[in-house]
Design a protein around this ligand. Sequence first.
Ligand SMILES: *[C@@H]1O[C@H](CO)[C@@H](O)[C@H](O)[C@H]1NC(C)=O
Ligand SMILES: *[C@@H]1O[C@H](CO)[C@@H](O)[C@H](O)[C@H]1NC(C)=O
Ligand SMILES: *[C@@H]1O[C@H](CO)[C@@H](O)[C@H](O)[C@H]1NC(C)=O
Ligand SMILES: *[C@@H]1O[C@H](CO)[C@@H](O)[C@H](O)[C@H]1NC(C)=O
Ligand SMILES: *[C@@H]1O[C@H](CO)[C@@H](O)[C@H](O)[C@H]1NC(C)=O
Ligand SMILES: *[C@@H]1O[C@H](CO)[C@@H](O)[C@H](O)[C@H]1NC(C)=O
Ligand SMILES: *[C@@H]1O[C@H](CO)[C@@H](O)[C@H](O)[C@H]1NC(C)=O
Ligand SMILES: *[C@@H]1O[C@H](CO)[C@@H](O)[C@H](O)[C@H]1NC(C)=O
Length: 469
Amino acid sequence: MFAVLCGALLMLAFEPGAIAEQKFQYAIKEFSVPLDHFSFLSNESFSIRYLYNDSYVDKANSQSPIFFYTGNEGDIEWFAQNSGFIWELAAKLRALVVFAEHRYYGKSMPFGGDTFNTSKPEHLAYFTVEQTLEDYALLITFLRNGQQLPVVAFGGSYGGMLAAWFRMKYPHIVIGALAASAPILQFPGLTPCDIFEKITTSVFETAYNANCSANIGKSWKAIESLAATDAGKKQLGDMFHLCDPVKNGDDLNKFMDYLEEVYGNLAMVNYPYNSTFLAPLPAYPVRQFCYYLKDLQPNDTDLLASLASALGVYTNYTGASKCVDYKDSNSGANYDSRGWDIQTCNQMVMPFCANNSDTMYRTSTWDLKKFSEKCYTKFHLTPKPHDILLRYGGRNLEAASNIIFSNGLLDPWSGGGVLRAPNNQVHVIILPEGAHHLDLRQSHPSDPASVTDARKKEAAIIEQWIRDF
Ligand SMILES: *[C@@H]1O[C@H](CO)[C@@H](O)[C@H](O)[C@H]1NC(C)=O
Ligand SMILES: *[C@@H]1O[C@H](CO)[C@@H](O)[C@H](O)[C@H]1NC(C)=O
Ligand SMILES: *[C@@H]1O[C@H](CO)[C@@H](O)[C@H](O)[C@H]1NC(C)=O
Ligand SMILES: *[C@@H]1O[C@H](CO)[C@@H](O)[C@H](O)[C@H]1NC(C)=O
Ligand SMILES: *[C@@H]1O[C@H](CO)[C@@H](O)[C@H](O)[C@H]1NC(C)=O
Ligand SMILES: *[C@@H]1O[C@H](CO)[C@@H](O)[C@H](O)[C@H]1NC(C)=O
Ligand SMILES: *[C@@H]1O[C@H](CO)[C@@H](O)[C@H](O)[C@H]1NC(C)=O
Ligand SMILES: *[C@@H]1O[C@H](CO)[C@@H](O)[C@H](O)[C@H]1NC(C)=O
């Protein structure tokens, strides 16, 4: 299976560029960066976008802090609207707020509309973590305009990984980083490949009752046996309201991949209130989903009918969805979902696997060779599975300082997170009831106490960094 960090299913919910909620305001600016920071032969450049709000800044303070969000895999406005904690803390500490867009996402395209042209694989050569961190370092240097200012990096998910790595590599530029739900250990040799699936399974097992994950675990065989005949394939399409009928084995696999992706996403955004982060969803969506699967279904037809109803919680909470587009996640002009796919094919090689005997997922193994071949066919890229380990050290974090790693234990990505502090300058904050970077979100009356406490601790640590500066 291929799990997504944040962006891949974004476009199922929103049209590109259309952000559902506009709670926070900012100016949208552009900053010119070198296409290739590491070459002295080329001086080509392009512009990345960033969001800018200086309304909180105390103009009398010559050392106002900068809160800098290290943008991740998607339109930066989407992250700005879903990271309310940063805005709340900026108001309190009177900081300049900047959200920087990651190159190759949103509107920060190095080659404009031609960026992902499959006949120009060379366009993808500058799509790396290191180039992106250089973009951010240059932007901050520009924003500081020669002054000494305390800059704090923030990020959630892959953005949290970037924030942590930014502090490790550029400690002279950022005084610290809040890395929320940042799975920097989800790489080969560092974390068992089935940990994501095991955590997701346990979330589904406990959300309503254990029949939920048991039903899902049995559903794969039921789907396959139904799809064995043409009449069954048609029935499957009707039952699940699929936009495209399941015509062959390839479609069937895509449909089952889609289901697995939805389960991971539901666990990630299992927030205590309704939200629109990956899709419009009710509060505690996994519980709602599992309500439809609360009875053990021995009859395959009944099982799949219940599963189809459950899936509606994710695909059709608004009641406005016409059909389920299980083929969409990597389609055509959808830049944001394509971006992450490309990154998994160069540096972000994250192994996934599962065993149906101890998870609700299909049994699958991690096969680097097969994965690499697919990457080459699709993008002409050859993954380097140990690149991130080489550059950022894996579990060897003893030299790091001023990083907060926060993880919700109900987040499937917490399995690849830093859960033990390597020293007393790196802080680990655990949110037992937290989903994917819940702490970065705006405060809400339904937040569990562990989230409110985590935000208080994070605020205190960040305030201390600024005071020490
Ligand atoms: C910055 O955010 C505040 C609070 O949301 C808002 O009142 C203000 O207009 C914003 N400033 C800019 C420049 O957008
Ligand atoms: C790149 O370098 C060439 C040769 O020095 C120069 O003519 C050109 O203006 C430069 N382009 C940019 C974008 O700086
Ligand atoms: C991709 O690049 C080729 C070669 O330059 C060009 O002919 C084609 O129109 C481009 N495709 C798109 C979709 O822009
Ligand atoms: C969430 O619930 C509130 C209160 O019930 C409602 O006003 C709001 O429209 C809902 N938002 C979404 C995104 O469903
Ligand atoms: C699971 O479903 C069966 C059959 O409907 C039911 O008897 C049982 O109570 C359920 N298990 C739990 C833990 O609720
Ligand atoms: C399963 O249930 C359906 C309708 O609920 C029924 O038509 C079918 O015969 C049942 N299949 C089995 C194997 O019991
Ligand atoms: C979504 O819900 C509406 C209203 O209940 C229904 O008409 C529609 O068929 C549903 N769409 C899907 C894909 O299930
Ligand atoms: C899955 O687990 C079963 C039971 O423990 C074991 O026999 C089987 O070899 C495992 N499959 C894989 C692919 O690891």
